[in-house]
Unconditional design. Structure first.
Length: 336
């Protein structure tokens, strides 16, 4: 294939400018948005490609493209346009090769070599994306393990504060909750399913009246999933959305947990769940920026103390990591 690609590149080099124009036009017809700068960059890249092929540097070219793709993937780049450009280039070469090739056999060899090269270049993009997705999944699992270790540290540091058997049992329940959430969510890469599973698991394990996991969309609207106990006037599970108000809104504004011992005495409380007496809202923070919140409501007054806040913050840290990796995984899937 190397000799055929060298010969093919020699056929195309005299037409590189016309080929670059045809390539840009074909990409535009396929929906790619090309600025003047990107067109110049594309023309330069085409020249480099043809020059290296004409010198027989196929393997070196592919190694360099692999390294560049790895770097781009780690920076969050999407490969859909790159893949389109590779496939479109093959078709754009056909008119110029028709003029240059002496016979059909020579033309067929050139086109087959270009097709094989395109397949190898596309395989690089697929392989890099798969490796990056696996790396991020492993990172999420490691961070989940670290979150569990932090939870154990919190439990150990709070041992001195245990004043009664009831407090000890409560902390044991909270540790079990952390373990259950980490175990059930560590491998999930679907954001909606992840939020619903978190709400269901926390509500069931802690027997709260209502638990919600919500995130802010681009318009500042809360969108997420919730779970409520049967008989509280709402379904047992469903989707919730709305502006960032109430106790949750206050937690988002202050970037800090908010605990309301008696909701009837809190001016910000929004009565959306009948029977609620106390509420705790924990913001989800990513690099210091608010991205959502966890909300807990109980039929009991004073249901949330320092232990619940500590565990809620640890859960929030884990959820931020899990949601981020779910988002990155979804973007990687869409780019394919």
């Amino acid at each position: 294939m190397m000799d055929t690609l060298r010969r093919t590149a020699e056929y195309l080099l005299p037409h590189r400018e016309a080929l670059a124009d045809a390539w840009s036009a074909a990409l535009a017809r396929n929906g790619a948005a090309l600025s003047e700068e990107s067109q110049r960059s594309q023309t330069a890249a085409l020249s480099v490609l043809l020059d290296r092929l004409s010198r027989g540097e196929v393997d070196a070219l592919l190694r360099d493209e692999f390294s560049q793709a790895e770097k781009a993937a780690r920076e969050g780049a999407r490969f859909a346009e790159r893949a389109l450009a590779i496939r479109v280039l093959d078709r754009c070469c056909v008119p110029f090769l028709l003029q240059a090739c002496a016979d059909k056999e020579s033309l067929a060899e050139c086109l087959l070599a270009l097709d094989e090269l395109a397949d190898r270049r596309l395989e690089i993009l697929v392989r890099v994306q798969e490796e990056e997705a696996a790396r991020r999944l492993l990172e999420a699992q490691e961070q989940a393990a670290q979150a569990a270790e932090r939870a154990r540290d919190i439990t150990r540091s709070n041992e001195a504060l245990r004043k009664s058997e009831a407090q000890s049992e409560r902390r044991a329940e909270l540790v079990a909750l952390l373990s259950a959430v980490v175990r059930r969510l560590a491998g999930m890469l679907d954001a909606e399913g992840l939020m619903q599973e978190a709400a269901d698991t926390i509500r069931a394990r802690m027997n709260h009246t209502f638990v919600a996991v919500v995130v802010l969309d681009d318009e500042g609207v809360l969108i997420g999933r919730w779970a409520g106990r049967e008989g509280v006037g709402r379904r047992s599970a469903g989707r919730t959305q709305g502006p960032a108000g109430g106790v949750i809104g206050r937690a988002l504004r202050k970037r800090a947990p908010q605990v309301v011992a008696e909701v009837s005495q809190d001016p910000d409380y929004y009565a959306d769940v009948p029977g609620t007496r106390s509420e705790m809202a924990i913001p989800l923070l990513e690099h210091g920026e608010v991205v959502g919140a966890m909300d807990f409501q109980s039929e009991k007054p004073n249901a949330f103390g320092l232990d619940e806040v500590a565990v809620g913050e640890t859960l929030a840290e884990f959820l931020v990591v899990a949601l981020r990796n779910a988002r990155l995984y979804a973007e990687a899937r869409r780019s394919n």
